[in-house]
Design a binder for this molecule. Structure first.
Ligand SMILES: [Zn+2]
Length: 451
């Protein structure tokens, strides 16, 4: 048995030994869902697991969240290189869907995106990698990072955190980048639950959209809706025209850019017999590249403003950086896929390289670091929907932990792969360049047409 194969065998055995603990941990997280930047109990559960393995844990790294570093072997030769650092991430937060059977009755929070399975992957991989003999004589380190706030929601609360200076960004990984948590890291990985994917399959090679998030306020003038509409300025009409103007721009979006603009009205008026004077909307503007996001966003803002102009209302559009497009790293994908083929067989791999039109702040991490974000099976129902559930505990919770541990072993054992990943990292933005791009997306557009 080769050295690498022996290390993998030890890690897998340790994960199998702890399979019941991993499942129990995942179910405990699932039973107590918490929204982003509020994941205090979930953080405590991860901390307890990592501390139980003898790791030193840094807590509340971005309001909530935790991080622990496992130095593979401080006595191992680094051949003059800095030690190679791999970050393994797991997302702490739930989302809101009160219709989900496991939703918290007060907050509506539920793990309908399977983030509890990501934490099982994180903790399970840590069981494997801290086991005896797995990383001995390997130079390098592994950061286990429990990341807050991936779902881009509950934004009233998050904007308060921005105003109070507790965070600058609305997403947890963006905030961790800003705080320097990826500064000495070479690459990053996590897993995600596949949507409606009960089978034992894995999609590791894909790209995804980035986006800008926006809050839109149309200000009109109240008046009696029956007796004197001519005295009012109808902010709902401004919003409807703005939305239709967005639709009129859709034919200008290039197919390859995968643009998605999906506004909702969050307040359409206060009373049916009053001309609406305060109408609020939210939207994302998504696309496959940062340039395409910025282009579609400019058109969207122009269109939204036109609704205000048409009826003589005012409009304020507040843009916040959403998440950046995700790009997967070839070296990591091919090593990951080889491990998938070994454990689950060749048929388990999704062929091709799809572009997914959703978004994740793992995209932000992959703007500065080589990374992967494989979708794994074991779940039925669509992610975020009421029928989303784990149907194969071993596939959802235990097998990904093995795949993660195996990839970490591959990377720490192979100087050639490390060199490839470092070369790929050198092609990416620095954290400062990344921060300049996302800060450039924060913008307030004001159109004043009210007399
Ligand atoms: Zn998710």
């Amino acid at each position: 048995m080769t050295d690498v194969a022996d290390r993998k065998r030890r890690a897998i055995d340790a994960i199998d030994d702890h399979a019941a603990d991993i499942v129990e941990f995942a179910e405990s997280v699932e039973a107590e869902p918490e929204l982003g930047f509020k994941e205090t109990e979930t953080t405590k559960k991860v901390v307890a697991e990592l501390e139980g393995m003898g790791l030193d844990v840094e807590e509340n790294i971005a309001v909530t969240g935790a991080k622990a570093r496992l130095n593979a072997d401080t006595t191992a030769e680094t051949n003059g290189n800095d030690e190679f650092v791999v970050a393994v991430l797991g997302e702490l937060d739930a989302l809101v869907n009160p219709a989900h059977p496991k939703a918290n009755p007060e907050t509506g929070a539920c793990h309908a995106c399977g983030h509890h399975a990501q934490l099982a992957n994180l903790v399970g991989a840590a069981y494997g990698l801290t086991a005896a003999g797995v990383v001995d004589n390997l130079a390098g380190a592994i950061d286990f990072v429990a990341v807050p706030a991936e779902e881009y929601l509950d934004l009233g609360y998050r904007r308060q955190l921005v105003e109070s200076g507790d965070v600058e960004f609305l997403g947890g990984k963006q905030e961790l980048i800003r705080r320097g948590h990826f500064e000495d890291v070479d690459c990053a990985m996590m897993i995600h639950a596949g949507s409606d994917t009960p089978e034992r399959v894995v999609t590791s090679d894909f790209s995804s959209n980035g986006f800008v998030g926006k809050f839109v306020t149309y200000e009109g003038k109240e008046s009696h809706a029956g007796a004197a509409p001519e005295e009012g300025v109808n902010a709902l009409n401004a919003a409807m025209l703005g939305m239709n103007a967005v639709h009129a721009n859709r034919e200008t979006f290039a197919d390859d850019d995968h643009v998605r603009v999906h506004p909702i009205v969050t307040n359409g008026g206060d009373g049916v017999n009053v001309v609406p004077s305060d109408v609020q909307m939210e939207s994302y503007v998504r696309a496959s590249t940062i340039d395409a996001v910025n282009d579609a966003n400019e058109k969207t803002n122009r269109a939204l403003e036109s609704g205000a102009m048409a009826v003589g209302a005012n409009v304020e559009i507040e843009d916040y950086p959403g998440y950046m497009p995700l790009r997967t790293d070839e070296t990591m994908v091919s090593a990951y896929d080889a491990n998938v083929a070994e454990i689950l067989g060749d048929d388990a791999l999704t062929p091709g390289k799809p572009h997914l039109t959703g978004s994740t702040d793992m995209g932000d991490v992959t703007q500065i670091l080589p990374g992967i974000h494989p979708y794994v099976g074991g779940f039925s129902g669509a992610v975020h929907a009421r029928d989303f559930e784990v149907v194969d505990e071993e596939m959802a919770y235990v097998i990904p932990a093995k795949l993660t541990a195996m990839l970490v072993i591959d990377l720490l054992s192979d100087p050639e792969k490390q060199a490839e990943i470092r070369a790929a990292k050198a092609e990416k933005r620095s954290a400062d360049e990344y921060l300049e791009v996302v800060r450039g997306m924060r913008e307030t557009v004001v159109g004043e047409y009210k007399e």
